[in-house]
Design a protein around this ligand. Structure first.
Ligand SMILES: Cc1cc2nc3c(=O)[nH]c(=O)nc-3n(C[C@H](O)[C@H](O)[C@H](O)COP(=O)(O)OP(=O)(O)OC[C@H]3O[C@@H](n4cnc5c(N)ncnc54)[C@H](O)[C@@H]3O)c2cc1C
Length: 291
C-alpha cells in the first residue's frame, strides 16, 4: 500500500482550505482498506476518511493522522434489481446517474448534495424532504478491528447526524429504490437543481451549510441574515451575499478566518435570538469554536 506524506488537504475540499495530512492513502479494495487501517493502528495514528470534502473545514495546521480517500472498487456504484449498491467513495452524481439509467427513483434529492455515499451516511445528508435514512438499507462499516453491516437504526441516523466516528469507514452501502420512468427522474432533478440555483451560491467555494437549522421558526440562514451578516467578511472568508448560512472562500481564506467568522455569527445570533447555533460543517484537525 502506498502511503504519501504531508499531502495538502486544501485540494481535497470544496472550500479549498486546509493544511497537510501527516499520511494519506487511497485504498481501492476492501483488503487495501483493511491494510491501511492496520498500518495506522500499528503506529497509533488517528484515521479520517475524506469524500469530496464538501462538508469539511480542515485546520490550517492540517491533520496529524492518516487520511483515506476511497477509490477503485470502493468508489463504484451499480444497480442490482431495485437496489443501488455503492462504494463509500462513490460520488452522489454517479449514483444518481446509475439509478436514473436503470429507471429507479428515490435518489433525486441528492442531486443538490455534492458529496459521496460515505459522507452522506456520516451526516445523514438530506434535501427537499428526503435524506439518506429514508432510502438506506444497510452499510458496511470497517474499522481497525472488524467489518460489520449496520442498518440505519444501528447507525443512529437523525437530522444531519450519525453515530459514526473518525476511524470508522463506510466501505459500501445499499439503498432501496423504487421503479420510476427515466424522464420523470430527469424532470425532478432539473426542477430541484433550478430551485437550488435560485437560493444558494452554486459557483463559489463553500463547505455547504455552516450551521444546523435550530429548533426555531427561523432557519440559521434567515437568522444570520436578520443579524445583517450577509456579505460580511474576515480575512479571505466571507458570509455569502446570497445565503447567510454559507461561507465563501473569497480568495486565500484560512481556516482561522472561517472560524473567526463562525464565532462572530454565533455570538450575534445568540445576542439577537437567544439561540446557540451548532455547526453542521465537520472540523478536521485542531479546530474549535470558542464557547
Ligand atoms: C454547495 C453545497 C451544497 C450542499 N447542500 C447540501 C444539502 O442540501 N444537504 C446536505 O445534507 N448537505 C449539503 N452539503 C454538504 C455536503 O455536500 C454533504 O454533507 C455531503 O454528504 C458530504 O459528503 P462528502 O463526501 O463531501 O464528505 P466530506 O466533506 O469529505 O466529509 C464529511 C464527513 O464525512 C466523513 N466521511 C466521508 N466519507 C466517509 C466514508 N467513506 N466513511 C466514513 N466517513 C466518511 C468525513 O470523515 C467527514 O467527517 C452541501 C455542500 C455544498 C458545498
Amino acid at each position: 500500500m502506498n502511503v504519501e506524506d504531508g499531502v495538502p488537504l486544501s485540494r481535497f475540499t470544496t472550500v479549498g482550505i486546509g493544511g497537510p495530512a501527516t499520511a494519506f492513502a487511497r485504498p481501492e479494495t476492501l483488503p487495501e482498506l483493511e491494510d491501511a487501517l492496520a498500518w495506522a493502528a500499528e503506529r497509533e495514528l488517528p484515521v479520517a476518511t475524506i469524500g469530496l470534502g464538501s462538508n469539511l473545514l480542515v485546520a490550517d495546521d492540517g491533520f496529524d493522522g492518516l487520511v483515506l480517500k476511497l477509490g477503485g472498487e470502493l468508489a463504484k456504484a451499480e444497480v442490482d434489481g431495485e437496489r443501488l449498491v455503492a462504494g463509500g467513495g462513490a460520488a452522489n452524481a454517479v449514483c444518481l446517474h446509475r439509478a436514473r439509467a436503470a429507471g429507479l427513483g428515490g435518489f433525486e434529492f441528492a442531486c443538490a448534495i455534492p458529496g459521496t455515499v460515505g459522507g452522506g451516511v456520516w451526516m445523514n445528508a438530506g434535501a427537499y424532504g428526503s435524506d439518506w435514512a429514508s432510502i438506506l438499507e444497510r452499510v458496511l462499516v470497517v474499522d481497525g478491528q472488524c467489518s460489520r453491516w449496520l442498518d440505519p437504526s444501528e447507525l443512529g441516523l437523525t437530522y444531519r447526524h450519525s453515530q459514526l466516528r473518525h476511524g470508522q469507514v463506510v466501505a459500501r452501502a445499499e439503498f432501496r429504490l423504487t421503479p420510476r420512468p427515466e424522464n420523470e427522474i430527469k424532470a425532478k432533478v432539473a426542477e430541484l437543481q433550478a430551485l437550488r440555483k435560485a437560493a444558494q451560491p452554486t459557483n463559489k467555494r463553500t463547505f455547504g451549510s455552516v450551521f444546523q437549522n435550530p429548533d426555531h421558526e427561523l432557519t440559521a440562514g434567515r437568522m444570520l441574515e436578520a443579524c445583517g451578516l450577509r456579505g460580511h467578511g474576515i480575512g479571505g472568508a466571507q458570509i455569502s451575499p446570497r445565503h447567510a448560512n454559507f461561507i465563501e472562500n473569497a480568495g486565500g481564506a484560512r481556516a482561522a478566518d472561517a472560524i473567526a467568522l463562525m464565532a462572530e455569527a454565533r455570538q450575534r445570533a445568540h445576542e439577537q435570538f437567544g439561540v446557540e447555533l451548532e455547526h453542521e460543517v465537520v472540523f478536521l484537525g485542531p479546530l474549535e469554536l470558542p464557547a
